[in-house]
Design a protein around this ligand. Structure first.
Ligand SMILES: NC(=O)c1ccc[n+]([C@@H]2O[C@H](COP(=O)([O-])OP(=O)(O)OC[C@H]3O[C@@H](n4cnc5c(N)ncnc54)[C@H](OP(=O)(O)O)[C@@H]3O)[C@@H](O)[C@H]2O)c1
Length: 363
């Protein structure tokens, strides 16, 4: 008899997000996500290698945007580049599996739900085979903003980010490491990934330049936040900055509410909010740092204080592990959401021995 559980595919298994996803699975069984099969995929570079997951050796298969490759799978995470994800999504959906994609390929497609389970879980019910996860910097921001917005509607957000190099991919992590080493031994650091040296520097540019002077990461934060929070007219401005940190994005967020909100009230709301941990004792130098957030699940919030420039404003400091919370854990949470609610496409009871898998309603 087949092992009961879900059959999970992972395209981009050898990348940072893929490895973080596998690490979370290794940390212990997840009640809503028992695993019957794990099928790993990567490019020609890594295909044919073996990866050990949960004590079992798994072959890394060559990925191809072909439905046959994904046949029999229930849930497939794509943690690959945008262009690849655009090709893989329809093939995975055609195979009958649900594709959760971490790239930018589908996020703003009106037919694709963009889901952060702490904020808009219900959106995942109406997928057509593809569910997108937001940008890492958006994820941690909306997890912190949403509980406050429920109590006191947010009118305007200004966010400045301090983003780790791991947000760019493993090549950028290697580049920061090798630049640090080159500086330490007195040689000239090589610059390939970013337009400037990142070691001992700060780069006010993430993504491609768009009309009006914004970079694409800034527009992603604006558009995705509006879509996830269901507030298409929310006033929001972002400045996204790369800093020489390996893991952990930090954000200075300035929020204008409909009504005045005391910092203590915000602290009380956030301290019981799902996925949030408040660390806020500045006298003891206690506030979130990326080093502290690295490898952990929560979105950490601190430095909650009045905004001296606005009577209905609050400022706060929000930090999370961009690879884990910003991508891998979000994907696992979406898998769990789909599994728990049976939001698969078509009834697959015959294949999977548990779970009431009913067709999702067409929109
Ligand atoms: N890093 C973050 O913090 C973060 C957060 C949110 C979203 N994301 C998004 O998640 C995606 C993955 O990011 P990452 O940081 O994990 O990137 P990464 O470390 O550069 O890994 C990329 C992965 O894609 C695989 N790949 C490359 N070409 C492929 C192909 N033709 N077919 C199948 N697989 C292929 C690579 O496999 P090989 O080993 O064979 O090269 C590798 O496993 C990106 O879209 C990124 O924007 C990343």
């Amino acid at each position: 008899m087949a092992t009961p559980g879900y059959r999970i595919g992972l395209v981009g298994a050898t990348g940072q997000v893929g490895k973080a996803f596998l690490k979370i699975l290794e940390e212990g069984p997840r009640e809503d996500l028992p695993i019957a099969e794990l099928r790993l995929f990567a490019s020609e570079r890594s295909a044919g290698t073996m990866m050990t997951v949960l004590g079992e050796a798994h072959l890394v298969h060559l990925a191809a945007p072909d439905p046959h490759v994904f046949e029999g799978l229930d849930l497939v995470l794509t943690a690959i580049g945008d262009d690849l994800a655009r090709a893989f999504g329809p093939a995975i959906a055609q195979s009958g599996a649900v594709n959760v994609d971490k790239s930018n390929a589908w996020r703003m497609d009106p037919d694709v739900p963009l889901v952060v389970p702490e904020v808009n879980p219900q959106a995942a019910a109406s997928h057509h085979g593809i569910i997108a996860g937001p940008n890492c910097s958006t994820t941690q921001m909306v997890v912190a903003l949403w509980p406050l917005h429920q109590v006191n509607p947010i009118r305007r957000v200004i966010v400045d980010t301090y983003q780790a190099v791991s947000g760019t991919g493993w090549r950028a992590v290697d580049e920061l490491r090798s630049q640090n080493t080159a500086i330490a031994v007195g040689s000239t650091p090589e610059v390939e990934v970013y337009p400037h040296r990142i070691a001992e520097n700060v780069i006010a540019e993430i993504g491609g330049l768009r009309d009006g002077g914004a970079y694409s990461e800034e527009l992603k934060m604006i558009d995705e936040t509006r879509k996830i929070m269901g507030e298409p007219a929310l006033a929001i401005q972002a400045t996204c900055v790369r800093v020489p940190v390996m893991v952990g994005h930090s954000e200075a967020i300035h929020v204008e509410f409909a009504h005045e909100m005391a910092p203590d009230e915000a602290r009380a709301i956030l301290s019981t909010a799902p996925g949030v941990v408040v660390i806020d004792d500045p006298r003891a130098h206690d506030y979130p740092t990326p080093l502290q957030a690295a490898g952990r699940d929560p979105v950490y919030v601190g430095r909650i204080r009045r905004d001296a420039s606005h009577p209905r404003g609050l400022s706060m400091w929000v930090v999370a592990d961009n690879v884990r919370k910003g991508a891998a854990l979000n994907a696992i949470q979406v898998f769990e959401l789909v599994a728990r609610n049976g939001w698969f496409r078509g009834n697959r009871d015959a294949r999977a021995p548990f779970g009431n898998r009913v067709a999702v309603s067409a929109r």
